[in-house]
Every structure is written in structure tokens, then in C-alpha cells.
Design a protein around this ligand. Sequence first.
Ligand SMILES: [Fe+2]
Length: 327
Amino acid sequence: MFEIPSVHPFNFAQLGYAIIDSEQLDQWLVFGRDAIGLHAEYLSEDTLSFRIDRHARRFLIQKGKAEDFTCLGFQIQDESSLKTILGILKKKKIEVRKGNGIEADLRGVGSFWQFSGPKGLKIEIFTDPILTNTPLTMLSEGFVTEEFGMGHVALVSKQPEKLVEFWMEIFGARISDFIEQKMSGVTLDITFLRMNPRHHSVAIAATRGLRMDPISKKIQHLNIEAKNLEDMTQAYHRCKQLGFEIAHGIGQHPNDQELSFYVITPSGFEFEVGWNPISVSESHWKQNTYKQISAWGHQPEISTKLSRWNEFRRGFFSLFRSEYVPF
Ligand SMILES: [Fe+2]
């Protein structure tokens, strides 16, 4: 495995918001509000928003054909850290665009800067989220955010070393640990990166040897953390009752020890609802390599022959597809 020394200051970034393009806003409303239990509001006919805390925006589902993530927003703690990041981007010759006022309003931030990140995903950085005291109407009691950010994302990449370098150089991320998982004769290497006390804000998965990317989406899954165990288990039952496919039933990861399940969103990528992961104490942390992705559970509930075949096909064709990396 690889280790790149982090020379940057740490703990100045956290996952802030996600923007998804989908043609299925009505299905997303049922998914987010009625299955997962989020606060939902239509900002316009073409834009659905979900809140999970005081941040005016955490998820934006915009009418569009991609059925995928288009932007990920990262909250940066102060102007000086923002300047540092903009300086690094300039040095790396990465083109940065300042968002306009209408775009910033939509995202619930005062201002933001955008650039092309891994796999062509737009990465946005901001320091000034708009907070609201408007009460949340949610089926869940609450989600863990604050200094931990809104959750984590996982990406599959054919160039994992470069993606790890990207998150370390731009966001000062540190490697928490690694998982090596053998499945159907292929070894998957996963690197978990933290930017704050959350065990990981980003995970990068890659096939060992011949690099393939069988995932047709820019992000394989996004995770949010329920405050209560019951909120997670009830969300699991609601997802099933409402007919959303469960990719993996409830189980526990060995590294961050989070209990979670994975459900397929209306756009086809996975959404993980978790509970009670450990947080990282910088002075005591010891980096480990784990040999399995789940300590128990996480049984596939939709492992049909057809979905395996589709993954194989996508993996094969990904060998001939180039993958955008910023540097
Ligand atoms: Fe996850």
C-alpha cells in the first residue's frame, strides 16, 4: 500500500453538501423524507432540498439527466485555510471558478469556489454556511454533524494513489486505515481518509492488479450518521417497506466500528445510514490494515445474477475508459 506524508495543517475541512442530478424528484422525495427520514422541501419545481441539521442545505436534488452526484461541497474552517487551498490549486494549475450569488444562495452558502475533482466531480469549497433555526420535520431524531461534517463518501478509482494524493494535498487529509477485501477472486484495496475527528470523510476503493471501475457513478455511496440506533434500524425497515432495494443489510465495519445498512437510491448509487462509529483521537491513533470490509452482517440483499453480470460488464469496459484526475 502507499503512504504519502501529510505536510499540511489538519482538521480544517469537512463534508458540507452534495448536489445530485436526477429526473426522479418525486421518487427522491419519498426516499429522502419517507424512507431515510430527512427534512424535505421543494425550493422550486426542479430542485428538491434535504436538511439534517441547522445547515440550510445538505442535499440538493436538481432536475437533470446524470442520475449521479455532480458536486460535493466541503466546508473550510476559516479564510486563511481557504486561501491556503486556493494557493495550492493555483500552484497545481487547477482552474478555479468563483460561484455567483444565485448559485451560492441555492447551496445555502455565502460564497464558494468550484474546481474539477476526481472523476470529473465538481468540488466546491466554502467557509460560510447559512444556518437556520427553522425547525426540522424529520422521522429521525437527528444526525451527527457539527465538527464531523455531514458524513462520508466512497469512490472507486483506477488511480487510487492519485486520488489519495489529491485529498491529502488539497484538504490535508490523513490516512486512518486500510481494508483489503477478497471477493470473487478479486482483491479490493480501500483507503480511508480523515479530515477531522470523523474516522473517514472519504474512502477510495481500487481493484488490486488490473484496475477496474465497475461502478457507473462518480460516488459509490454517501453515508450519514444517525444519532440513535433506532433511527438507523427504523430507516432500514422504512426503506424495505417502501420498496427501496437494500444493497447490504445491517452490519458493522471493523475499522470505524459503525453499524450501518446500504440502500439503493432512486439514482442508482448507494446511500449508507450508520450509527455510532468511533472518532479519531490524533494523539492515540494507530493505523491498521483490516482483512474484511464487515466484521458481521452487511449481507447483500439484491445479489442477483444480473447485477453481478452488469458489474462484470462495466468493470471490463472501464479498462478502456480514461478517468479524470486533477493532477
Ligand atoms: Fe461507508
